[in-house]
Design a protein around this ligand. Structure first.
Ligand code: FE
Length: 189
């Protein structure tokens, strides 16, 4: 498990010496990823509206959009500049349901997700360029989390059909990743 040293999770794992991993299903909504990956537990209670249970060690196990759980005890920590790599020994595991897991590639290429500076995956390593944009289908980028609204894709999780220009998004539409309004978006270069 690779965690940015600035993240609250880093503090928790360092002091508790345990961590859990929940494998998300491919269909997981961007809202869930945004909540868990783009917000900090220092600002909000991430688990307030999430269905989860506690593992025997006390760490959380997601119960929604989850295919499997792993529970680990930290046996070694490797310093890697911005991140620490926590090497864990498996102490428990559970298959929740069958399905296809969400890979980082699927999240990034299909869901058009991005990587916050403090994400477990160092940004820049696995980011890819999106396809060529059409001149009349201007993309807009969220200045808070770098999510890119692509009219060719729309925002199916929020009921926005493919082919919807940014200007036609409803006024109450929010960034599916970090939750800010349209005013926080700007045109991509
Ligand atoms: Fe955003």
């Amino acid at each position: 498990m690779c965690i940015n040293k600035k993240n609250l999770s880093h503090e928790f794992i360092s002091s508790s010496r345990v961590f859990t991993v929940s494998v998300l299903e491919k269909e997981s909504p961007m809202k869930l990823i945004g909540l868990l990956g783009f917000k900090s537990g220092r600002d909000i209670d991430k688990f307030k509206d999430i269905n989860y249970k506690k593992s025997p060690s006390g760490a959380p196990l997601l119960l929604e959009h989850t295919l499997a759980h792993m529970e680990c005890k930290v046996i070694k920590v490797v310093d890697s500049l911005t991140h620490d790599i926590f090497i864990g020994k498996l102490t428990g595991a559970e298959n929740v349901k069958s399905g296809e897991p969400m890979t980082y590639e699927y999240y990034h290429v299909v869901k058009k997700g991005t990587t916050p500076d403090t994400a477990p995956v160092p940004s820049g390593i696995v980011k890819r360029e999106a396809g060529k944009e059409e001149a009349n289908m201007q993309k807009y980028v969220c200045t808070v989390c770098n999510y890119v609204y692509d009219p060719a894709v729309g925002d199916p999780d929020s009921g926005i059909a493919a082919g919807t220009p940014f200007s036609d998004l409803p006024d109450d539409w929010v960034c599916p990743v970090c939750g800010v309004g349209k005013e926080e978006f700007k045109e991509t270069d």
